[in-house]
Write a protein that binds this ligand. Structure first.
Ligand code: NAD
Ligand code: UD1
Length: 337
């Protein structure tokens, strides 16, 4: 199938491209390169064993989306393009709403009018209202608490309404928890463009000697060791979930909302220990204050994805650390930016 991958040079999009080509699909990658580099195309083409079409464009610009669809006949869309930093979204909410909402609206509108059959959307586990009843199930109450997460929640509604209109496509609305790791080749991974605020990219740079000390953001949470617990999911499991969701929409002619996580949580200290083993290093850690916007625990209930897609994450924390470390070692400066 001819498949549009927006955000195709980004972290998740680039790994999804490999999952699609492995299944014989023909992805067309588009990206405005605001948070990624064209350099990823070289390892992607090498690993995919074929030329990949890349279009540098901004999907929040309606005319650019219309022009793209005028020269391509897409059967499916995987929409990864978006801004994703919670902190930045609090500083500049208008930029987040403009980029994420307009991109989604443009793509949904043009997809519906050109007969796209299946649309996969990158949503987030942060759309759920915080509660004590974790892990989150798909039918739990929603209540995003920052502009980034609210923009995703609004996109979910735009897409649901358009998918249910007469000309609509089938929609897989996928809520991700904490993607981590890299392609097992070590040639494709997560190359953050600025300071590594997230745990895995920071540990990668710490092990590589580019950072000195990990600040643990709080150790008095009501968790077994006091540090924050998250549901980390290997990037390859995550993108395989997308391919399964695509197959489901095309074979069952149904739309679906699903969590993509593992259902198992790891604390910051557990991740640190696992990364120390993977890299053969001992890290210096200090405890700092709780990070604004952080919660104690975030966990997915991943049962529905298993029931509906027959998909389950199979790779564990050890592999996430080993694969991230391999990528970091082979690409000390990410994609060179
Ligand atoms: P990423 O920043 O690596 O990739 C997103 C890509 O979209 C980037 O390459 C960026 O340049 C591009 N982009 C942004 N706005 C664009 C626009 N208007 N037009 C064209 N390209 C544009 O992020 P990622 O981690 O790969 O995330 C992919 C998607 O998954 C995002 O929508 C994100 O919100 C969502 N998500 C990510 C996580 C996570 O932890 N990584 C968790 C939940 C949801
Ligand atoms: C964050 C985002 C989330 C996004 C995800 C991308 C927030 C509040 N949430 O999730 O929307 O999808 O990144 O992967 O920004 N930690 C430290 N020290 C560090 C970095 C992190 O102790 O230097 C801790 C955090 O407090 C948290 C855990 O490690 O307990 C994971 O943090 P991180 O990787 O940033 O992910 P989230 O905060 O879960």
């Amino acid at each position: 199938m001819h498949i549009l991958v927006t955000g195709g040079t980004g972290y998740i999009g680039s790994h999804a491209v490999l999952a699609l080509t492995a299944r014989g699909h023909t992805p067309v990658l588009v990206d405005n390169l605001s948070n990624s580099s064209k350099q990823v195309l070289t390892p992607l083409q090498e690993l995919a064993g074929c030329e990949l079409e890349f279009v540098e464009m901004d999907v929040s610009q309606r005319d650019q989306v219309q022009t793209l669809f005028a020269v391509h006949d897409f059967q499916a869309v995987l929409h990864f393009a978006g801004l994703k930093s919670i902190g930045q979204s609090v500083q500049s909410p208008e930029i987040y709403y403009r980029n994420n909402l307009l991109s989604t609206l443009n793509l949904a509108e043009v997809s519906a009018s050109t007969g796209v059959q299946a649309f996969v959307f990158s949503s987030t586990g942060t759309v759920y209202a915080q509660n004590d009843g974790q892990p989150f199930r798909e039918d739990d109450p929603l209540g995003p608490i920052n502009p980034y997460s609210r923009s995703k929640w609004m996109c979910e509604q735009i897409l649901r309404d358009i998918s249910q209109s007469g000309s609509g496509f089938h929609l897989a609305n996928l809520r991700y928890f904490n993607p981590a790791g890299a392609h097992e080749s070590g040639k494709v991974g997560e190359g953050p463009t600025g300071f590594p605020h997230n745990l895995f990219p920071f540990l990668g740079q710490l092990a590589a000697g580019r950072q000195n000390v990990l600040t643990i953001h709080g150790d008095s949470y009501p968790t077994p060791d006091g540090t924050g617990v998250r549901d980390y999911i290997h990037i390859l499991d995550l993108v395989e979930g997308h391919v399964a969701a695509l197959d489901y929409m095309l074979t069952q002619a149904q739309s679906i909302t699903l969590n993509l996580g593992t259902g198992t949580g790891f604390s910051v200290r557990e991740v640190v220990t696992a990364f120390e083993h993977a890299s053969g290093q001992k890290f210096t850690c200090k405890t700092g204050p709780v990070r604004a916007g952080d919660v104690a625990i975030t966990l997915a209930n991943a049962d529905l994805a298993h029931q509906v897609l027959n998909w389950r994450a199979s790779r564990g924390l050890k592999q996430m650390c080993a694969d991230h470390w391999r990528w970091q070692t082979q690409n000390p400066n990410g994609y060179g930016r």
